[in-house]
Design a protein around this ligand. Structure first.
Ligand SMILES: [Zn+2]
Length: 308
């Protein structure tokens, strides 16, 4: 069964020193048909995403302006550039786009991940998000959405606006479990990020431990001691589950890392896309599923949304 990383940033400068090694390792760990969706975040990195897609058959490109990069200057013709890139490659999707209230209301003023960024207001974020969603809907391309502490902003927009017929991805879904049925009805897929696993939680053991008892339907009895994010992943319909790394961001906890990279020069941690293995093993354990059965389900879901 192939493994698919439904969301990463292989073009990111933090992965540049390791690119050759990561690319060489990918077919061995993900299988010949394993794919990764590489998401641009601003028009300045779209050419790097396109170059990776041209160089590596396992790369599916996505182009978009991330809410964190919405405050950066962009060329006047960015939307025409986005349309041209989508039309030039039928495999290309729209992403990473979205809304983020965390950067406005919760992030520390000196959070190093946001250093040098102008934090765009919610109105600005919406003004950049909507035309990108509209283009994905018009061309029926998969849209990958980042939503952090902004579901009350996002949900009315998703209800009211055209959406891609094939669906869209809510990457690293961290929203409330009770929104899942409506989001799924609107076309959402939900990707599991292994950073949601923590070594502190005894109910989910690292990969070396024996798997929990299987339930053929893929749902386990609710586990009272796991985090709300993990509880939410018990409620997601099987046909809407995907796995992701968000590499080089969102490093999994130490016990789950199967692939390690040295920290960047500025000391920030660097996640390896090979840690997609942890997403599959963690999600399989959480849902009480055999890993092969989960991989088969995720491969079906990936094909439905991303077309390959
Ligand atoms: Zn991302």
């Amino acid at each position: 069964m192939p493994l698919h990383d439904s969301h990463n940033h292989l073009q990111d400068e933090h992965l540049a020193p390791h690119l050759a090694r990561v690319a060489a390792a990918w077919p061995d760990l993900a299988g010949r048909d394993g794919r990764m969706v590489v998401n641009g975040t601003h028009p300045t990195d779209w050419p790097r995403v396109a170059a990776l897609a041209a160089a590596h058959p396992f790369v599916l490109p996505a182009y978009g302006i991330h809410p964190w990069d919405t405050g950066a200057p962009r060329p006047d013709d960015w939307l025409a550039d986005l349309r041209a890139r989508l039309l030039a490659d039928p495999r290309a999707g729209v992403g990473e786009i979205g809304l983020d209230r965390w950067i406005l209301e919760r992030a520390a003023p000196d959070d190093p991940r946001l250093a040098g960024l102008r934090r765009a207001s919610m109105d600005e974020q919406i003004a950049v998000f909507l035309p990108q969603l509209a283009l994905a809907a018009e061309l029926d391309r998969p849209a990958t959405i980042h939503c952090l502490h902004a579901y009350p902003d996002l949900l009315p927009l998703l209800r009211a606006r055209p959406r891609p017929k094939r669906g869209f991805l809510l990457h690293a879904y961290g929203g409330p479990a009770d929104l899942i049925p409506e989001l799924a009805a609107l076309g959402a897929y939900f990707s599991f990020n292994p950073s949601f696993l923590t070594s502190r939680r005894p109910t989910l053991a690292p990969p070396s431990s024996p798997p929990e008892k299987c339930n053929q339907i893929g749902y386990t009895v609710p586990k009272p001691h796991i985090s709300p994010k993990l509880q939410a992943f018990l409620k997601i319909p099987a046909e809407r589950l995907l796995c992701e790394t968000d590499a080089p961001a969102m490093l999994p906890p130490q016990a789950w890392r199967t692939h390690k990279l040295p920290p960047a020069a500025d000391g920030s941690p660097v996640n390896h896309p090979g840690n997609i293995e942890a997403a599959y093993s963690g999600l399989a354990q959480l849902r009480g599923l055999d890993e092969t059965a989960l991989a088969r389900q995720v491969a079906d879901n990936f094909r439905r949304l991303f077309g390959t």
